[in-house]
Design a binder for this molecule. Structure first.
Ligand SMILES: Nc1ncnc2c1ncn2[C@@H]1O[C@H](COP(=O)(O)OP(=O)(O)OP(=O)(O)O)[C@@H](O)[C@H]1O
Length: 317
C-alpha cells in the first residue's frame, strides 16, 4: 500500500519550547490515522507543518507525494484542512457557505451545485441546508466545516480536534458521519484528538504524543494488547489516605501504582485474583474503600504506561 503522508524526524521549536521533536510516521492510502495527546502535546503544530501552514525547523515530510517545504502549492491542492476553529459565515445558509467555498476552490458552477448537495447529504445537513448557520448547533457547524474542507475532493483530510467542545450526543453523531464520509469519499484522514475514546472509535492506527514526542504507536487493539493483564482501580473514601495506600500496596508487591486524587490504579496479571488481596490489605491498614473495579486495559492505561502519568492529569495540567 502506498504511503500518502510521511513525516521523518519532524521538529519545531518555539523559543525554548520543543513543540514537536523528532516525530516520524507514515499514513497509508485510505487510512484514518490519529495523533492522540493532551493539550500542548504538539498535535496542531504537527498537522500545521504537514498542511504547509507552519515551516518545520528540522526533518522532512511529504503529503500526496509532494514535499511540504518545496511543493507547498501542490500539497495544498491535495488536502482539506479543518482547523480547531474553522470559519463559517453565520449569516449565510449551510448551502451558501458550501457554494462560497466551492467558488474559492475554483469549482465551476455546474459542478458546484451537485457537489454541495452531495456533501449536505453526506454530513447529515440536507434538511438544514437552507437555514442560516447562526441557527445551527455546535455539532451541525462542525459537520458543515468538515464538508467545506472536502468540497474540492482532496485525497487527504486533516482534522484538528473535530469534536472538541461538542456534547457526547453530538460527538457520537459526528463519529457516524465521519465513518460514512470516509467510506464514500475514499479519504485518507489525519485527525488529532485528546479524547481517548475518539481515537479508539475512529482510528485505524494511533500515534500517542506527549510534550512534542512520540510516546507509543500502533492500532488501538495492539496498543491495548501490549499491556498484559487487567487494570484495577480503587477509590478511597478520602483523598489524602490514597498517598498512604500507595505504600501499603507496595508491601504486597504492587509497584507501579498511580494515584489520581482518591483513585489508585495498577496493572495486575489477573484482576479477579488481585482485587480481594488489595481490598483486605487496605482494610487491614485502616483505609476505607469507596469503590473498586477491574477492567481490560484502555488507551488511558497505555498512555499511563508509556508517559508515566495519567491522560487525565496531562489534559488538566
Ligand atoms: N505560534 C506559537 N508560538 C509559541 N508557542 C507555540 C506556538 N504554537 C504552539 N506553541 C507551543 O507549542 C506546544 C505545542 O502546541 P500545539 O498547539 O501543537 O499542541 P496541541 O497538542 O495541538 O495542543 P491543543 O490540544 O491544546 O491544541 C505548546 O507548548 C504551545 O504552547
Amino acid at each position: 500500500m502506498t504511503d500518502v503522508i510521511t513525516a521523518r524526524n519532524l521538529s519545531k521549536r518555539y523559543g525554548s519550547v520543543d513543540a514537536v521533536s523528532d516525530v516520524s510516521f507514515a499514513v497509508a492510502e485510505g487510512e484514518a490515522f490519529c495523533l492522540l495527546g493532551p493539550n500542548g502535546a504538539g498535535k496542531s503544530t504537527t498537522i500545521r507543518m504537514l498542511a504547509t501552514l507552519t515551516r518545520p525547523d528540522g526533518g522532512s515530510a511529504s503529503v500526496a507525494g509532494f514535499d511540504v517545504r518545496r511543493q507547498q502549492r501542490s500539497v495544498r491542492a491535495s488536502i482539506g484542512y479543518v482547523a480547531q476553529s474553522a470559519g463559517t459565515d453565520d449569516y449565510l445558509t449551510g448551502r451558501e457557505n458550501l457554494l462560497v467555498q466551492a467558488a474559492a476552490q475554483r469549482l465551476s458552477r455546474s459542478k458546484a451545485r451537485p457537489r454541495v448537495a452531495e456533501l449536505l447529504d453526506l454530513v447529515g445537513l440536507a434538511d438544514a441546508a437552507d437555514r442560516i448557520v447562526r441557527t445551527y448547533s455546535g455539532g451541525m457547524r462542525r459537520r458543515l466545516e468538515i464538508a467545506m474542507g472536502i468540497v474540492h475532493e482532496p485525497r487527504v483530510l486533516f482534522l484538528d480536534e473535530p469534536t472538541t467542545g461538542l456534547d457526547p450526543e453530538a460527538r457520537a453523531t459526528m463519529w457516524d458521519e465521519f465513518r460514512r464520509m470516509r467510506i464514500e469519499q475514499n479519504l485518507t484522514v489525519l485527525l488529532t484528538t485528546h479524547y481517548l475514546e475518539e481515537a479508539d472509535q475512529l482510528a485505524d492506527r494511533i500515534l500517542i504524543v506527549g510534550r512534542g514526542r512520540v510516546v507509543a504507536s500502533g492500532t488501538p487493539e495492539s496498543l491495548k494488547a501490549g499491556l498484559a493483564g487487567d487494570s484495577v482501580s480503587v477509590e478511597l473514601t478520602n483523598g489524602p489516605s490514597a498517598e498512604a495506600a500507595v505504600g501499603v500496596l507496595a508491601r504486597i508487591g504492587l509497584a507501579a501504582v498511580t494515584r489520581d486524587g482518591a483513585v489508585l490504579r495498577a496493572q495486575v496479571e489477573r484482576g479477579s485474583r488481585a482485587l480481594p488481596a488489595i481490598l483486605s490489605v487496605l482494610e487491614a491498614a485502616g483505609l476505607r474503600v469507596e469503590s473498586a473495579a477491574v477492567a481490560r486495559p484502555t488507551l488511558d492505561d497505555v498512555y499511563l504506561h508509556h508517559a508515566g502519568r495519567s491522560f487525565g492529569e496531562a489534559v488538566s495540567r
